[in-house]
Every structure is written in C-alpha cells, then in structure tokens.
Ligand binder design. Structure first.
Ligand code: DGL
Length: 267
C-alpha cells in the first residue's frame, strides 16, 4: 500500500520535464517530488520506441524503489512510446503529458489543431490519436521541430537564430490557420512568447505542463492519495550524468534556486 505522504516520481529525458515539475509544485504545493532527469541519455526525441520504452522502464523501477506513490512521465517522447506499457505493468498511477494536452487543445479550438514535438513524438502519432479520440473530425497539422530543443538548452529563448527557425517551422500552422497549437515537447513552453509573436494572438498555445499537473491532482484525489496539508514536502533532484550542468539549467527552467543534485546511473 502506498501512503498519501509518499513522493510523486517525475521523469524526463533531461531537464525539460522541469516545466512539468514547476507546475506540479505550483498546483500541488504539499506534494513531495523526486525528479529524475536522464541527462546521460538525452535526447529521447530521435531514439527508437523500443529504446525509449526500455529507458522509461528503468527509470520507473528506480523511482518505485524510492517509494513513489505515482509516476508522472514528464516527457512527450516517453509518453508517446512508453505510457501504455508502464500503465499495464505498474500498480500505481502513471500519468502522461499527451492526453491532458490533447484535451486542452480540443477545448481551445473549433476543429483545426497544430501539434509540434520531437521526431519520435510526431512519428508516433500519439497526439493525433488522443485528439481524434476526443474530436474525430479535427483537422490536425503536425510537425517535428527538433532544433527547438538545443536552442532552448542554449538559453536562446529570444535569439534571432531561434526566431528564424521558428518562422520556418511554424509557417505551415499560420498557412492552415490552426486555432490551437500543442507545444508537444517539454522544452517548448519556454519558447511560448516567441511562438506567440510568430503566430499572433489568434492561436491558443497549449502547454501540457499545466494540464498534466491538473490531471495529476485529479488522479491523486480520486485514489485518496493527495498529500496531507501540514506535511513537509521534500524535493529531490536526480540526474544520470553531469549534475552541475543539470543544476544550472534546472534553476533556469524552475525560475528558482535548487539545493543539490544527486547522481544515479542507470543501464
Ligand atoms: N523531453 C523530450 C520531450 O518532451 C524533449 C527532449 C528529448 O528529445 O529528449 O519530447
């Protein structure tokens, strides 16, 4: 039996999932969190579904060993390739980022939705399936935007090079007049202001981090697993490599200082 005061495990291929962790901390301030960033094996975007599934299983089993009560797969690529396997295999709740993002996009559009993500996420068709399950008639325009990840990691959130790349990547969405664009990669919420400028205010930008945190609350509530109010939430940060670099980037993603990053090697 897992206890409501046990931590939530959150994982990503690296630091991008911290956009989800930040939202979890904002919406569920009483929850303890163990975040695992697989910095030794990032990026997941171009890797095969089998490899991403294997990595996701290893991380989930590490988080379970640390006693988590639920796992949030805070990576679109890992959600696309591994969520259903993890849900079948794990007795605890496993929450992904795709369904919550799809739901928000359907709510924000009148039938034309754009999706951007890594190569793996776009090729998997996971967002198309999730959107069509909710609104079968939706017209969906999907495009992989692999260069956005290194640009964000470089901190070039408003750099002219990033703007040029964004103009190129986003042109089909402007041409198709999509009403909502799913930011289907953990790094993209950091580019929200730039993307909003390129596409204009008529396009709703769907940040799955917010939706995923809300979904996590719903699932925990449903299972009677919400942390007690007066507990003392802990925050543990674990990286599979280069903890100092993780720390620096994490502070940028979280917009707040963090104290100490553990290293844990997998595989
Ligand atoms: N975290 C990944 C995602 O959301 C992006 C970075 C990567 O390719 O590993 O898809």
């Amino acid at each position: 039996m897992v206890s409501p005061s046990a931590p939530i495990g959150v994982f990503d291929s690296g630091i991008g999932g911290l956009t989800v962790a930040r939202e979890l901390m904002r919406q569920l301030p009483d929850e303890s969190i163990i975040y695992f960033g697989d910095t030794a094996r990032v990026p997941y975007g171009p890797k095969s579904p089998d490899t991403v599934r294997r990595y996701s299983r290893e991380i989930t089993s590490y988080l379970r060993d640390r006693g988590v009560k639920a796992v949030v797969v805070a990576c679109n690529t890992a959600t696309a390739h591994a969520l259903s396997a993890l849900r079948e295999e794990q007795p605890i709740p496993v929450i992904g980022v795709v369904e919550p993002g799809a739901r928000a996009a359907v709510a924000a559009s009148r039938g034309k939705i754009g999706v951007i993500g890594t190569l793996g996420t776009i090729q998997s068709g996971a967002y198309e399936r999730a959107i069509r399950a909710l609104a079968p008639e939706t017209r969906i325009v999907a495009r992989a935007c692999p260069l956005f990840v290194p640009l964000v990691e470089e901190g070039w959130l408003d750099h002219r090079a990033t703007r040029l790349v964004a103009d190129e990547y986003l042109a089909p969405f402007a041409a198709e007049h999509v009403e909502a664009l799913v930011l289907g990669c953990t790094h993209y919420p950091l580019l929200k202001p730039l993307i909003a400028e390129v596409l204009g205010s008529g396009v709703a930008l769907i940040d799955s981090a917010e939706q995923t945190a809300a979904e996590t609350r719903r699932v925990l509530e449903e299972r009677g697993l919400l942390a007690p109010r007066n507990g003392r939430p802990t925050r543990d940060w674990v990286a599979s490599d280069a903890p100092q670099q993780f720390l620096r980037m994490a502070e940028r993603f979280l917009g707040a200082p963090i104290h100490g990053v553990e290293t844990h090697t997998l595989g």
